[in-house]
Design a protein around this ligand. Structure first.
Ligand code: SF4
Ligand code: SF4
Length: 204
């Protein structure tokens, strides 16, 4: 089976949110529904080294959507069988079958399913399936001015960019086996000791 996925270069991401805006525009998303979210991660302070105080700070951005996981807990959690994994690995929600129970939202550790209050159904990123079937690129990938996003066959992305699929504060990759490759920002290695948190909670 094929498996399409995303690459996210957190080291290159400027946090401009053009990806999230392009996603919103392309998919005509209502207010509060965020298929792609850009986490602004930050924390740290000063550490004493002998007589000197040195900064230990972690600050970076992480742009995340649905990861079209190889073990999609959203799908397992749906009592209406409204979520399916396509032959190309893209995980989709059928709004005609969705009960609006929000179980998938609780099951997904990435916060990818987003509830449309007006329509009463769950929605999420479909990797711009309609665009890529016509040879295009997902709207977020095409919009990024830093070329910090890419998509494609996950094995090709891993061969090109490596196999890292987690970075603070994302969950352990073994939980859902996300079709995701991350190039972590250099600060990600000290994010835990710096107690870095998502700083823009109200936006994501
Ligand atoms: S990121 Fe969440 S919604 Fe997307 S496939 Fe994985 S478990 Fe499902
Ligand atoms: S468009 Fe690119 S640089 Fe801007 S926030 Fe998204 S991933 Fe980061």
């Amino acid at each position: 089976m094929r498996q399409l996925g995303f690459f996210v270069d957190s080291a290159a991401c400027s946090g401009c949110k053009a990806c999230a805006m392009a996603c919103r525009d392309r998919n005509n998303l209502p207010p509060g529904v965020r298929w792609r979210r850009v986490y602004e991660v930050g924390g740290g302070g000063w550490r004493r080294e002998g007589e000197a105080w040195v900064p230990e700070i972690a600050v970076y951005n992480l742009s995340i959507a649905c990861n079209h996981c190889e073990k999609p807990l959203c799908l397992d959690g749906c009592p209406a069988r409204a979520i399916a994994k396509r032959e190309d690995g893209i995980v989709v929600i059928d709004p005609a079958k969705c009960l609006g129970c929000r179980y998938c939202e609780w099951a997904c550790p990435y916060g990818a399913p987003q509830f449309d209050e007006a329509a009463g159904v769950m929605t999420k990123c479909d990797l711009c399936a309609g665009l890529i079937e016509r040879g295009g690129r997902p709207a977020c990938v095409a919009a990024c001015p830093m070329r910090a996003l890419d998509f494609g066959e996950i094995e090709e992305l891993r061969a090109k960019y490596g196999t890292t699929a987690e970075a603070h504060p994302l969950p352990k990759a073994e939980i859902t086996e996300p079709a995701l490759v991350i190039r972590p920002h250099r600060d990600a290695a000290k994010a835990k000791t710096a107690a870095a948190l998502i700083k823009n909670r109200e936006e994501v």
